[in-house]
Each structure stands twice: as structure tokens, then as C-alpha cells.
Design a protein around this ligand. Sequence first.
Ligand code: ARG
Length: 457
Amino acid sequence: MEKMWSGRFGKELAKDADDFNSSIAVDGKMYKQDIKGSLAHAAMLAGCGIISKEEAVLISDGLESILADIESGVLEIDPAAEDIHMFVEAVLTERIGDAGKKLHTARSRNDQVATDMRLYLRDESETVVSLIRKLLAAIVDQAKKTKTCIVPGYTHLQRAQPIVFAHQLLAYAMMFIRDAGRIQDAVRRMNVSPLGSCALAGTTYDTDRMYTAKKLGFDGYTLNSIDGVSDRDFCVELLSAFALIMTHLSRFAEELVLWTSWEFGFVELDDAYTTGSSIMPQKKNSDMAELVRGKTGRAYGNLMAMLTVLKGLPLAYNKDMQEDKECVFDSLETVKACLGIFAPMIATMKVKKDNMYRAAGKGFINATDLADYLTKKGKPFRSAYKTVGNIVAACIAADKTLEELTLDEYKAFDPDFEEDLYGEISLAACVQKRTSAGGTGMKSVEMQIRFVEEYLK
Ligand code: ARG
């Protein structure tokens, strides 16, 4: 295929260089945004008297027919084309003749690709946010069912203090709400039109950048044409938001892998979201969770790759920037796939309350409450803490739980212990007494559930 820019060249691009240079395999998916951008541009050119009304009609009819034909499969995106922008323009000129050659007046691929990317990522960001919302709905649903389900809370993966399982789940809800907010923040900053920046310096034509910006749903246009074509901050911001979503999913995935093990036995994932082994007949593996955890690495890699592409790039456009799409699209598809599999996996998981409660009974997770008991009787916390440490050591030596020590045994450690201590250290009491704002007590958990439900409205 003859290149549009062949005029200055003495011979054709080498085949391997042509393949190396081509980005259509990656940017072909932006055909809709590319055509939308061109429709707005053509309407602006006509509105400003840069092309005739008749030419604008030919161009927009031609572009609409290309869009319809790509969508219906009549027109295949040519894998040999240089990129989606060249492809659409070439097909347009094939279809409508000379008017097609006027479309690129007062425009460059540099502002065109920056516009396409912003449009594409704006649409896709909405998809990601709606997937986050689906996951949040699954989480809050499970939280409502596990408001009274006592389980050990952990620090250092050691049993620490009793909590309700809903509290643990709602911690993830808070992370995903922040994730959605980060994407929306990035979109807000990104939603300005680079179109009309042209190659880098603007144009000699009397264009109307606000017109195309409005038509494309942007809040305004970029104020500096060099920045307009060379800025990829929005890619970095979104990649970073995606990387953090993956961090959260990966932590959640890791917990699911632990919770579904025989060692924990807290949760059973639905058969539809687990796999078996090719040799061990008994196995039920949490492959989806593990894959999500594994895919987190590529999301981090894409963020680092994008930052590295930009580092040291002189202004304005450089071909290095074509790499942006590979990074962003890969992270985008990864995050969509992971959120997409996580929501139904959480919605269908079974919580094994009895196993959780049994685990909570071992490990002295009510020891803090025993220390608090003495503290409330007037002992300084540090002294009470030390006494309880000694009690725990004695329990370990005697293979007993705190509940199993007699009052006489307690009194040997501190005469202030009374019969009411047993009520104070029961697991249910330990949870219910944690009434501080944001704690695992019932009021706080119900408040969190309402907060997430309110968010989802
Ligand atoms: N395919 C290119 C990209 O994705 C489009 C912009 C090309 N501009 C240029 N001056 N070569 O970045």
C-alpha cells in the first residue's frame, strides 16, 4: 500500500520496518472514537468555512458508512495499515474521492491519537467503575449475611482479636470505593480535548476548538498545543489506578486462597469458580483467585513501562508514545477480566461460620479483652497486659483456653478477678464491646453496610 507520506521518499519502507512501525493491531479497537473525532472535526471545518458544507456532508456520510460497515463486519480493519487513523482516512478517500483528502486539514495524527485515547479511556473507565460497583454489591450482600459471624482477625497472619466476617469484607469495600473514585478523578482531569493542537504548534486556520470539544463531550480543550499532543499523564493516572485495583484484588485473592485451604476452611468457593487437578482426585483449587493474584504483576509492569516511555522524552510527540496503548489496553483488559470474575466468585462463595467460630476459640484472641477487664478495674494497662501475658503462658503450658481457667486460678494472678470476667471475654462480648467508630461492633458494621449501599444507589 502506498504511504500517504510517500511524497518525500525515494523508495518504499522495508517490509519489516513497515510491520515494526504499524500499530493497527493495537489501536484498531479505537475505530469508533477515531471516527467520532473525525465527524466532529469535519463539522467544525465546515462551520468555520474551511471546507464547504457539501464536502462536510460527503465526509460525514462516508465516515458513518465506514463505522456501520466495521460494526457489521462488512469492512475489515486492514492489518497492513499503518494505524487506525491512516486506515479510516484511506477508506474514506476511496469511498468519496477528493473530499476525503480534505478531512486532515488543520489536524495532525498527533492531536488525533491523543483525542482518540481520551475518548476511548473515558468510555472504558465507565465500564471499569460499573464492574467495581458489581463487585461492591456482591461484597455488601455477603457482609449482610455475616454480620454476626465471628472469625479471628489477624495481624502478622497470627490470630489477633475476634471480629465479624462482615467487617473484614467491608474493608475491601472501602478499598474498591476509593478505586472507583481514583478513576473518576483521573477522568475528570483527562476530559479536555487535545484536538486542534495539530502537530504541536496549533494551526494557521481559524478553527473552533471549543466546538469540537463540546461535540465530543469534553469539558474544554487543552490550553497548550505542545502539552496537548505530548501529555500522557492520563495514561499514567489510569494505569496507577488500575495497578491499585489489582493490589486490592490480589490481597483479597490471597485471603481466599488461604480461607479455602483445609488449614483455614473459612470459605468454600462455588464449583463454577474452582478447578480440579489432573492427578489428585480430591483437589479443589482456587485458580481464579490465584490468576487474579498472578495477573497483578502485569498491571504493575504496564505502569512502570508507561512511566519509562515518558521519562526523558523531549517535547512534543515522539513515536515512543505509540507504546502507550499496549500498556494501557493490557491493564484495562486485565482489570476488567479480574473484576468480572471476582464479583460472581464472591457472590457465590459459601461462608463456613462454624469453622470460623472454632478458629476464633483458639489462639487467645480475647487476651486483649482480659487485659482491658483488669484495666477497667483500675490497673494501669501495662500492668494488666503483663499479668495477662503470664496467664496466657500458663494456659499454653497447661493446654487450656482462657475460658477454661477457674476463678481461683485467675485470682492467683490478680485478686481483682471476679466471676464477671467470663462474660467479658466471651467472643460475642469481645466483638460487641468494640463500639468505637469504625470498629467491628454491630453498630459500626451496620453503618458501613448502609454506607456502601448508599454509595451504590
Ligand atoms: N500510531 C501513532 C500513535 O499511536 C499515531 C500518531 C502518529 N504520529 C506521527 N507523527 N507519526 O502514536
